[in-house]
Write a protein that binds this ligand. Sequence first.
Ligand SMILES: Nc1nc2c(ncn2[C@@H]2O[C@H](COP(=O)(O)OP(=O)(O)OP(=O)(O)O)[C@@H](O)[C@H]2O)c(=O)[nH]1
Length: 358
Amino acid sequence: MKPIKSMTTNAQYAELFDSLVRVSKGLNKVSSLKEMAAFLQTETSTLFQLTDVWIYITDAKRTGWLNHVAGVGPNAEIMSTIVPHINYNDDPIFKKMLGQRKIFYTEDLLIEPEANKDVTPLLNLRTVVNYPLFVDGKALGVMAFGSFGEQTVILSPTELNYFDVITEQTALTVSRMHFFDKSQQDHLTKLSNRYGLEKKLRNLDDNNRDCDSALCFIYLDLNNFKQINDNFGHLAGDHMLKTFSSYLSKELKSADIIARIGGDEFVLVFSVPEQCDIDDFVHKIIQRIKHHCCAVDYRGNKFQLEFAWGHVAVDCKDYSINDLFNVADIKMYQLKNSQVNVKSARVVKPQKQVAEKA
Ligand SMILES: Nc1nc2c(ncn2[C@@H]2O[C@H](COP(=O)(O)OP(=O)(O)OP(=O)(O)O)[C@@H](O)[C@H]2O)c(=O)[nH]1
């Protein structure tokens, strides 16, 4: 098939300029990497017929690795399945891109014929513009625009320059997003914090506008948690919170949101079918938590965490976030007050004294 040959006329300059203005305004508003990729894909598919956009971000835990974090376009699924991670030290193109902060275009790939030789035939990738994302000299990842199938898109130097211009803005957006994510995350447990919970509830609200499901909001509060801190020290308390949280994340994968909203207070949010028996649903969730999440080991001591809970279910199209908190909170306290002889955070068979009290 004949390649789409690109020339830069005055009209095209104007088009590129208009797009750059839209990009600089639009990138300020996006609040997720996926949204950012979708926004850029709209621009580049219209301008250059580059139909797919994907983003790899450096792995904070594995030096030298990039993880696929967002993809938009007809081949998004294939891309994330075939290339979920990239070890950039093993890949000559990525190594140069991140080492030399250089954009790589399809033609440059010919310089490294061995690169991606296993993957490229599977992807049927015809054109690609890869650019590295850097902020303050630190590599954040790589963003790529591609077209697949039969047709090769040839870009003029001016058009490639367009990608040079948006590189910096994209990198700043990724960096801003990082702050945004951190602001929504509880530092200790890595669950959503209260702010993150409210943001996610609003997103659910927007996404669920047409749905027929109910939203089930469960509020958990550990019993007598203060005693753990007082008797075993704050490190022990922190350990309980982290372990309990990681159990919740592992056990309740169907939850839409799991948040730690205060010291020993947690919120779980589930979308459930409207016809579902909510009390029965919550009962099963609570039993799972009790069964899997409440026995925590700490330095040879076994702690049995206990908690009170309250829940509320609302129509997913019509609720107020404040009401969710208020109703679930009232119910949780009713239960807490009725839990006579609560011995939360019981130490089961203490084996040795933990000498760590602050
Ligand atoms: N270790 C640790 N303790 C925390 C953290 N945040 C809050 N806390 C402590 O959690 C305890 C919560 O105490 P309370 O609100 O009285 O709760 P409780 O002891 O569980 O009492 P009830 O809820 O009435 O059963 C306080 O001692 C806080 O100092 C944290 O991040 N780490």
